[in-house]
Design a protein around this ligand. Structure first.
Ligand code: SF4
Ligand code: SF4
Length: 411
């Protein structure tokens, strides 16, 4: 879509959404910057929303993208689309498939081309080409669409899976039937191996990874912007590498684990929002396309969309780094080093992630489900209490006490 078309369509989109919000049922077509050509600018700001290119896919994606676990209520969802949000991240498991069903309803209400959807499938347990195809066909049914914009592996954590013949056969089969447009993956741990392989093998168009201001290292106390970051975990290097090869990068976990549920009062004095500072810190990296975030209230919508086009201030930077200094001892970076060091093969990183859903996000059910998906011999109950995990952790996390808590709370 050319820029002039985007400008014309933008006012049409807003007037039709206004009608929908007023109760009218008016399906309409392609009004957002969805199928832009690669020769156009890499960033466009229009009507209060900024859009960036998702690597070689050419998709123009709103800098604030919507997380689908859970989605906001219907009216707020429409408001977010009206405000220019045009990318939703979901998965076959989110809200037992209801996240995809709601997006399907949204496609009918506002037009399929208005929104880019990324949905995911798992390669865990007893998976096969057939199980992947069945999962994706279920997603297509719930979404009520013929094709998914970005089809991604959910939580890829083994580099070897990315080129597994069963997986590639499933992708080829689905692609031949036109059931998705671009390949991607989300990655919660073992980024160094997984993201590097995704970029280097040339088969993936998008990677979605967790990154936030806690990725700043001790030695970088004077860091001012994301652009200065070249931390030990190497995430910055991975993002550079992906960008250089035309692989789009979407950031998640930018508000750090449970950002909205932390007691942030001490850091918000003087009208500074720590949430906005965290978002700005990520968006400062122009090699990232967008930040996926949950938005569940009008207040959160205003807070998150309020960062568009506004650089970080000195006051925001100060509260941001004060918060990091105060909270970093308890923040797990999901680097996977503790898991690699464990002689018993305990899935420490996954267990800490499950625990964080309960402790930081207030998502008890999801925490229990994620913990139950870890086989007993890899769960905290099989821990030998040897301490190797804590020696391996570069951030000084008390891994064993977290494992004990996970077993007591979620086991
Ligand atoms: S203490 Fe438990 S989890 Fe940590 S390395 Fe030893 S066996 Fe693994
Ligand atoms: S506990 Fe430490 S080593 Fe383990 S994943 Fe978290 S940050 Fe990495």
């Amino acid at each position: 879509m050319a820029l002039r078309d985007l400008i014309e369509h933008s006012s049409k989109r807003r007037s039709i959404l206004k009608a929908l919000l007023a109760g009218a049922a008016l399906p309409f077509r392609a009004v957002l910057p969805s199928r832009a050509q690669k020769t156009e600018p890499s960033r466009i700001i229009k009507d209060g929303m900024a859009y960036r290119r998702l690597g070689r896919t050419g998709l123009l994606v709103s800098e604030i993208a919507l997380g689908g676990s859970p989605l906001p209520d219907w009216d707020l969802l429409l408001r977010l689309i009206e405000r220019g949000v045009n990318y939703i991240d979901t998965s076959h498991t989110y809200d037992n498939g209801n996240s995809e069903r709601t997006i399907g309803r949204l496609f009918k209400a506002v037009g399929r081309d208005t929104i880019h959807v990324c949905t995911k499938f798992h390669v865990e347990g007893n998976w096969s080409e057939k199980s992947i195809i069945a999962s994706v066909e279920g997603s297509l049914r719930r979404l009520g669409t013929d094709a998914i914009d970005v089809l991604a592996i959910h939580g890829a954590d083994r580099a070897e899976d990315l080129t597994d013949e069963r997986l590639l056969a499933a992708f080829d089969n689905l692609k031949a039937q036109g059931k998705f447009r671009f390949r991607g993956l989300s990655c919660h741990s073992n980024h160094q191996a997984v993201v590097a392989k995704a970029v280097d093998c040339g088969l993936y168009d998008m990677v979605q990874l967790g990154t936030n201001v806690f990725d700043i290292q001790e030695t970088e106390k004077n860091v001012r912007t994301y652009g200065d970051y070249a931390g030990e975990s190497g995430l910055r290097g991975l993002i550079d590498r992906a960008h250089g090869r035309g692989v789009g990068v979407i950031a998640m976990k930018v508000l750090k684990v449970g950002g909205r549920r932390q007691d942030l009062a001490a850091f918000q004095a003087g009208g500074v929002s720590l949430i906005q500072a965290m978002l700005k810190w990520a968006l400062d990296n122009e090699k990232l396309t967008a930040v996926v975030t949950e938005i569940l209230s009008y207040e959160q919508m205003e807070e998150d969309l309020g960062v568009i086009g506004r650089p970080m201030t000195a006051a925001e930077r100060a509260v941001l780094f004060a918060h990091v200094a105060a909270a970093k001892k308890d923040y797990c970076h999901m680097c996977g080093l503790c898991r690699a060091a464990c002689p018993a093969g305990i899935k420490t990183t996954e267990i800490l992630r499950a625990l964080a859903y309960a402790d930081s996000y207030g998502k008890g059910q999801r925490a229990v489900r994620e913990y139950s998906e870890i086989r007993p011999e890899k769960s905290a109950s099989a821990c030998l209490n040897c301490g190797s995990c804590e020696k391996a952790c570069p951030y000084g996390i008390s891994v064993r006490s977290k494992l004990r808590r996970a077993e007591a709370l979620l086991g």
